[in-house]
Design a protein around this ligand. Structure first.
Ligand SMILES: C=C(O[C@@H]1C=C(C(=O)O)C=C[C@H]1O)C(=O)O
Length: 444
């Protein structure tokens, strides 16, 4: 098939040209296993995207990182030429995310190579939506058009013959190191409960980390394929920046998506396990829906999101509280939809919403301070926005929970729990162990 062509545009010094064509076959795992940096994978609903190489990279640091990324992304897309007949799914997007904390993210192990914010326009992108697949390439500089076309020819041929290795399966675990220990956790939760009792805090989400040594090499693309079967309704993501490890996960939580003037988000908080039988499942779900502590914890999140959306929205609708049932855990959830008063870039909403009290706490500043003072590890990109943005300022960002960062023969998993009045440290400990399951099950 003939590649779709667009005119070249030059803005300042930068010319960005994208090319695209349909694909007969899209061997996504094999494509992701080809050695390249950066790499990105994203799957949500019936769409999955795999991307490698960078035609342009945007990074930012410090307090203004959200606005700085937005400005750079807008400038990049302004200078980007895209064939008119490329369907929306295959049009260029920037993929990336942010570190959880503003400011002093130092990128120490295991987060080496993960800046405070990093986005890239892929050199090569494979998009699958329902039954259709496309290849998109992009290049910059004076020869951008020729380079994008050459990449398209090259990768169309390579994808035709590329086949994945046999799935190696989970690598196995030889050693585990928990931070904190259960005794340490009791102390941390106890101190947080005292702050709640004093009225300094309403809620704080404290996290733990679990560092595991792996018995054999880990293929994250292989993990992604398995997670798509176990967690088909979650956002499955993987990002390897230019250098360092690979951050990956299967999160049930959407931070925000923007399509035109419609904003969708959710309040997800309050957790329980899965039962061994359907009856036990129902019983646990009913108990969760009935739990005053969990309803309070979830309502704090819904109310805070409504307030955070207030300045942008003409209407905010909060749905009924339901139970979100996943393979290993159940949560309380309400969907939240808002209509914007004016056009807004998705990154403005990401900035306004992150971190929601589902992963931070209330009041936000006191909760973030408590998190920094309590947790003896860097959250890095855990519980932070990860997703994509397009030329129109639309995009979707998930909350990077149920996740881990893999470096060589190690992986570090993260999981947290909301501490509110009446939280019990040992129950919260058990809840955190449940939240490790999605990733741990793929490693053990
Ligand atoms: C913080 C995590 O999950 C969040 C905390 C929840 C809770 O405290 O009940 C529930 C869902 C998530 O919003 C995590 O999975 O690490």
């Amino acid at each position: 098939m003939e590649p779709l062509r667009g005119d070249e545009t030059t803005v300042g010094e930068t010319t960005v040209v994208a090319r695209g064509c349909r694909l007969e076959r899209a061997p996504v795992r094999a494509f992701l296993e080809t050695d390249a940096r950066p790499r990105f994978y994203w799957a949500a609903g019936t769409e999955s995207i795999a991307a490698r190489g960078s035609a342009a990279t945007v990074t930012a640091d410090g307090e203004s990182r959200f606005a700085d990324v937005r400005t750079a992304v807008e400038a990049l897309f302004e200078g980007c030429s895209v064939p008119d007949d490329l369907p929306s799914a295959a049009r260029p997007r920037l993929f990336g995310g942010f570190a959880f904390h503003n400011g002093d993210h130092d990128g120490a192990s295991p987060w080496t190579g993960f800046p405070s914010a990093a986005f890239f326009l892929p050199e090569v992108q494979v998009t699958v939506r329902d039954e259709d697949a496309w290849l998109t390439t992009a290049a910059t500089g004076p020869d951008a058009a020729a380079e994008a076309a050459a990449l398209l020819d090259d990768w169309r041929d390579r994808l035709d013959t590329l086949s994945g290795r046999e799935s190696p399966g989970p690598p196995g675990i030889t050693r585990r190191e928990r931070t904190p220990t259960q005794a340490g956790w009791r102390d941390q939760v106890g101190a947080a409960l005292e702050s709640v009792a004093r009225g300094d805090l309403q809620k704080v989400v404290l996290a733990q980390s679990l560092r595991v040594a792996l018995a054999s090499d880990l293929s994250v693309p292989d993990v992604m394929e398995r997670l798509s079967r176990t967690y088909p309704d979650c956002y499955r993501f993987m990002l390897s920046p230019e250098a360092g490890g690979t951050f990956f996960g299967a999160t049930p939580e959407r931070l925000v998506s923007v399509r035109g003037r419609t904003v969708r988000t959710e309040a997800l908080a309050g957790s329980t396990g899965r039962g061994d039988t359907p009856a036990e499942d129902e019983w646990l779900a009913a108990e969760l829906l009935d739990s005053e502590k969990d309803r309070h914890e979830q309502k704090l999140v819904a109310d805070a999101i409504r307030d955070q959306l207030g300045p942008f929205a003409t209407t905010v609708r909060i749905g009924d509280r339901t139970v979100r049932r996943l393979a290993t855990v159940q949560h309380l959830r309400t969907s939240i939809t808002a209509e914007l008063g004016t056009d807004e870039h998705v990154l403005s909403l990401v900035e306004a919403l992150h971190p929601t009290p589902a992963v931070g706490g209330l009041p936000p500043d006191a909760a973030l301070r408590t998190i920094r003072e309590t947790e003896a590890f860097d959250r890095g990109w855990y519980a932070a926005p990860i997703g994509w943005v397009d030329a129109a300022g639309n995009g979707t960002f998930a909350v990077g929970i149920r996740s881990a960062v893999a470096t060589d023969r190690e992986a570090t998993l993260f999981a947290g729990a909301g501490i509110v009045e009446d939280s019990d440290p040992d129950r919260e400990w058990d809840e955190v162990q449940l939240k490790y399951r999605p990733i741990l099950d793929e490693l053990e």
